[in-house]
Ligand binder design. Sequence first.
Ligand SMILES: NC(=O)C1=CN([C@@H]2O[C@H](COP(=O)(O)OP(=O)(O)OC[C@H]3O[C@@H](n4cnc5c(N)ncnc54)[C@H](O)[C@@H]3O)[C@@H](O)[C@H]2O)C=CC1
Ligand SMILES: O=C(CO)COP(=O)(O)O
Length: 383
Amino acid sequence: MVKTMAYLALRMGARCRNDVLATGKEWKIMSEQGQRVAVLGGGSFGTALASIASAKGARVRQWLRDPALVERINRDRVNDRYLPTFRIDDNVEASTDMQYVLSDAELVLVAIPSKAFRQVVRRAAQWITPDQILVSTTKGIEAERFTLMSEILLEETPSRHVGVLSGPNLASEIADRQLTGSVVASDDPVTRTRAQQALSCDYFRVYASNDRYGVELGGALKNIYAIAAGMAHSLGMGENTRSMLITRALAEMSRFAVHQGANPMTFLGLAGVGDLIVTCSSALSRNFRVGLALGEGKTLEEAIEALGQVAEGVNTVALIQKKAAEEDIYMPLVSGLHQVMFEGVPPHYMAKALMRGELSSDVEFTLPREETRSHHNDLTSSS
Ligand SMILES: NC(=O)C1=CN([C@@H]2O[C@H](COP(=O)(O)OP(=O)(O)OC[C@H]3O[C@@H](n4cnc5c(N)ncnc54)[C@H](O)[C@@H]3O)[C@@H](O)[C@H]2O)C=CC1
Ligand SMILES: O=C(CO)COP(=O)(O)O
């Protein structure tokens, strides 16, 4: 009877404070009172996630660099720099004292842009214990050794409970309580379960994956195509074009992922195609907005300055272009976008990248590109 009621409650969207979750095959009613959550980073995503955990009854501390913003958050319950219309939950305490924020936290969410990620995590490491669960929410790649954020967590801290959170998660929509799905990925079941428990509520649903690498790669790669989609939008391209762009982007992302040894099936989930759709469709995405500005004829520097926030895709384009060239991976969209962003080629050149690439198969897993190419060669050599 309890199981049935719990299941029905889940289907109907259980309230946050008395959430219903699956553990193995059993449904359990779990109270979230008493969890201790730390958030590193005071941007829009960190702020939205802090309030979700707090509304579930967790004690949440959020670390920010800026003492004036900390004071305003604690006094006015608003992060006026990043989410000015969102009321922060009462149980979130902002602080500039990292030790205080991290001390005895069970779950630490790291929402720091990739450029500063290692530096912040390295500083945090002195207060992190092996039992603490660390989850990165950052969708970027560190340039020097092509390192993903969860790998930085493993390299820099003693924690063995490391995961990533990724999916179609525009922070401002989460702040508006739009129904949203996300994925927590880790090979560690404790990490998956604790993050699901801490963050799942009636408007934010967290699915689990054991493919940390694929989920994290998907989140970083889709930013590239969001820039391309923003540019296409500015250039007046229609819905057919956007649909083709998104679908070919998925093919290109999967090709890259398979080459890196990742599971391409992950790209069919929320952290792959799900995130690709939202960021290629919405001007709420910062990467999309960089593309919009480039399509309007602004330089990259002007586009970044007008944004005033981090668009991770800008660095990721350069990184993936280099990696694809080194490893001979066919990525015409990345290469076309790279030329527009860094080589002075006009934006309408992107259309050529889309239309004049090598003739190829639709889904490479059913008809490999090599087969298409060899028949094309037969035809041209016999004519
Ligand atoms: N905003 C969104 O809709 C979403 C963002 N993300 C990812 O989450 C990560 C964080 O994004 P946001 O929360 O939007 O914030 P953001 O990327 O705009 O900035 C994050 C925060 O980090 C701080 N920061 C920057 N450099 C720092 C440094 N050296 N030391 C300490 N703090 C520093 C900033 O002051 C800001 O408070 C990004 O990498 C993004 O890819 C993921 C999903 C949604
Ligand atoms: O990752 C995001 C949505 O899932 C946020 O995208 P932007 O960083 O482009 O705003």
